[in-house]
Design a protein around this ligand. Structure first.
Ligand code: PMP
Length: 354
């Protein structure tokens, strides 16, 4: 700890991202990236954006991209906020809507970045225990006056709740903001974005990092009624007016327009997910039913931490979280069929048979 750090910096518990290895080439199943390339239309748009206009600042309001997103969801442009990955969008949204006095609620097993942002902005929080099988106890989220954030599908479980569950949580929390983090929704079911006209307290966040194969471009967005969007925009403009560069703006707009490519990629991943889940179950794993681009698994006769280490030695990266409740689980991103066959083969050799 440096003597030059502020009290705030000393108290922070920064998020630890999954490993991005350099050197050895791994089969990377640890950060839920998409194994398929982005749409060719995205690459073309990014190339075209490499020109002398890079000397200019980009549009701080990101109008073209917001228009594309608004068109995709049948919303108005003033109902869309864009940022440098949905992590950044969430980091701006938290101080816009939540504070120290009333606790923000989220599931006890969820995306750990929420804890990080709450720490940075000194936002109080409480966790709502998930059921033993990681399903969401919907009623326990009723009447949370400090706000709510729930990923749907949840991470790292991969479980998805239908829109009726989201609707009832919204109905029972009319006076506080409910964020539904839909980073993985394209692999699951319908988006809660359809509920936005009915609920002024609903904010939906999504990302281009997963279903659209653009983790490297860093583009995420929030959807909500204009009043919520303006709140996030106020925070953003206190930190950085230009969060998206021209390459990201151009590539993201092209990605939104290529619906056919999105559907094709998502379908391939869903098919592989079903096959891998079946094979893992046959190997004795408990596989939490996943609607995301990863599976969350545990084995009664193998320690997750050592399995992760052994897989790494064999050239395969998967994610292990040393957190309460889930410290004997692994989260495995869905790769290509070839990658998953290699993972399944190595795993079959490592887990003890009955
Ligand atoms: N929400 C959840 C639940 C996630 O798992 C992730 C990816 N780690 C994100 C948000 C953020 O993704 P990005 O910043 O790449 O948009």
């Amino acid at each position: 700890m440096s003597r030059y750090w502020s009290d705030l910096a000393r108290a922070l518990k920064p998020y630890v991202a999954g490993e991005q290895p350099s050197g050895r080439t791994y089969i990377k199943l640890n950060t839920n990236e998409n194994p398929y390339p982005p749409s060719p239309r995205v690459l073309e748009a990014v190339k075209n954006a490499i020109n002398e206009r890079l000397r200019l600042y980009p549009d701080p309001e990101c109008r073209e991209l917001r228009k594309s997103i608004a068109g995709f969801f049948n919303l108005g442009m003033d109902e869309v906020f864009v940022g440098n990955g949905s992590d950044e969008v969430l980091a701006f949204a938290f101080p816009a809507f939540f504070g120290p006095d009333k606790p923000l609620a989220w599931p006890d097993t969820t995306y750990t970045f929420y804890r990080t942002i709450a720490g940075l902005f000194r936002i109080g929080y409480e966790t709502v225990p998930l059921s033993e099988d990681f399903s969401l106890p919907v009623e326990r989220f009723f009447g949370k006056s400090g706000g709510i954030i729930i990923p749907n599908p949840n991470a790292p479980s991969g479980r998805y709740v239908p829109l009726e569950a989201i609707r009832s949580i919204l109905d029972h929390n009319r006076d506080s903001v409910v964020i539904i983090d839909e980073a993985y929704v394209d692999f699951a079911g319908p988006s809660a974005a359809a509920l936005i006209p009915e609920y002024p307290n609903l904010l939906v966040t999504q990302t281009l990092s997963k279903s659209r194969s653009l983790a490297g471009l860093r583009v995420g967005f929030a959807l909500g009624q204009a009043d919520l969007i303006r709140g996030i925009d106020r925070v953003k403009n206190c930190i950085n007016a230009y969060t998206l560069d021209p390459l990201a703006l151009a590539g993201a707009a092209a990605a939104l327009q290529d619906r056919a490519y999105l559907e094709e990629t998502v379908e391939k991943i869903r098919r592989t997910r079903a096959r891998v889940s079946e094979r893992l179950t046959a190997l004795g794993f408990t596989v939490i039913p996943s609607q995301a681009n990863f599976v969350f698994i545990t084995h009664p006769r193998a320690r997750a931490a050592s399995l992760q280490q052994q897989l790494k030695e064999r050239g395969i990266l998967v994610r292990y979280f040393n957190e309460p409740r889930i410290d004997n689980y692994l989260r495995v991103s869905i790769g290509t069929d070839t990658e998953m066959d290699a993972f399944l083969q190595e795993t079959a050799e490592l887990v003890p048979r009955e």
